[in-house]
Design a protein around this ligand. Structure first.
Ligand code: SAM
Ligand code: SF4
Ligand code: SF4
Length: 338
């Protein structure tokens, strides 16, 4: 097992398979910036499936067990089921998940399941068409996402829902979303709006805290906290009292969890990052394309991880002056992979 300077093992790798997306969510890829003239990565700049598999294999050799495919919108990457099938064959990989906006799931869910995918997280921020359409920047309605969830569940995938909560945007949707998903097989997870990237205009006053979310739901549907499934689980879990139904909250702003963070990220063009809030990564694509051996690649990844000191969210929380976010340039979420 490879440990960093704070004794945290490398367990999870989030792989962004494309920086492109069919939505323009205001908190992620605001359309004013990611407009028609925006230059996305060209084909040659993207890691090939062979390259992703090699890096994942080195990650597994260092003790990594969990992979998550993300983006941008990962289902825009042609042939994704083939990649999943190959990753699933790697020794040491125990779990592969996918984060998606769900719109393409009706087309791909069966093939994803057949390739060995077990779980999907589908992002949905409101059940109200007008509000959801404004948040996703494209006027796309809710039904397409609900159809995507249904297709995933029918194909045999476990489905979780991600809802990013932003003040004055969708706070009125917190309780309706909880009410709606409480009676489905899908587990809802609220995510505090984060200061990731440099384009989404984040500031602390737009964050609705985990405590506030719990209070809003608890007054209508009483909640009780439940134990984490495993050490390092990012979502705090709550059960609706008197039921076996649960929901979770990822409180990256108000109750940070860097001390358990075992996640690394691989951008679509092959940079390796040891924190979501990093301002720089390590260019693995250049190494791969210069002919590095598998052994040397594994050694390099281990070396990078063993020097890791990141605890950005803890530092933000400890430093009350940084409530307006960190002004240092950071990598965009769609590029580094959410
Ligand atoms: N396109 C896919 C999707 O939306 O699920 C995958 C990529 S997206 C970047 C991954 C997750 O990050 C989504 O659940 C999204 O809502 C979340 N996300 C993006 N920007 C965020 C922000 N500023 N704060 C919190 N979560 C964010
Ligand atoms: Fe696209 Fe996902 Fe970002 Fe929305 S959150 S713009 S769906 S990558
Ligand atoms: Fe991990 Fe960085 Fe997030 Fe802390 S801020 S939990 S180190 S990704």
């Amino acid at each position: 097992m490879t440990l960093d300077t704070l004794n945290r093992p490398l367990k999870d790798l989030r792989i962004s398979v494309t920086d492109r997306c069919n939505l323009r969510c205001v908190y992620c890829m605001p359309k004013e910036i990611f407009g028609p003239d925006y230059k996305f990565l060209g084909r040659d700049h993207l890691l090939s499936f062979d390259e992703i598999v090699r890096i994942s294999s080195s990650f597994a050799a260092l003790g990594g067990t969990k992979l998550r495919l993300t983006g941008g919108e990962p289902l825009l990457r042609a042939g994704l089921p083939t990649l999943i099938e190959r990753l699933n064959e790697l020794e040491g990989i125990e779990d592969i998940a996918l984060t998606t906006n769900g719109l393409l799931l009706p087309r791909f869910a069966k093939a994803l399941y057949a390739a060995g995918l077990k779980r999907v997280n589908v992002s949905l921020d409101s059940l109200d068409d007008a509000r959801f359409g404004a948040i996703n920047g494209m006027g796309v309605g809710v039904q397409g996402v609900l159809d995507g969830m249904k297709a995933a569940a029918e194909a045999g995938l476990q489905v979780k829902i991600n809802m990013v909560v932003k003040k004055s945007s969708n706070e009125q949707d917190i309780v309706p979303m909880a009410r709606y998903f409480k009676d489905t097989d899908y587990i809802l997870r609220f995510i505090e709006f984060m200061d990731v990237g440099s384009t989404n205009g984040w500031d602390f006053s737009q964050v609705i805290s985990r405590e506030q979310i719990v209070q809003m739901i608890h007054s209508e549907m009483p909640l009780e906290p439940i134990e984490a499934h495993y050490e390092g689980e990012v979502a705090a879990r709550y059960r609706y009292k008197g039921t076996n139904r649960e929901m979770g909250i990822v409180s990256s702003i108000t109750q940070t969890f860097c001390s358990n963070c075992s996640r690394a990220r691989l951008s679509a063009d092959g940079s390796f990052y040891t924190c979501l809030f990093a301002s720089g990564g390590f260019d693995l694509r250049a190494l791969l394309r210069s002919g590095i051996s598998d052994e040397d690649l594994t050694a390099k990844l281990g070396q990078i991880w063993s020097k890791r000191e990141d605890r950005y969210s803890d530092l933000r929380r400890e430093d009350s002056d940084s409530k307006s976010g960190n002004t240092k340039p950071k990598i965009e979420m769609s590029y580094i992979g959410g």
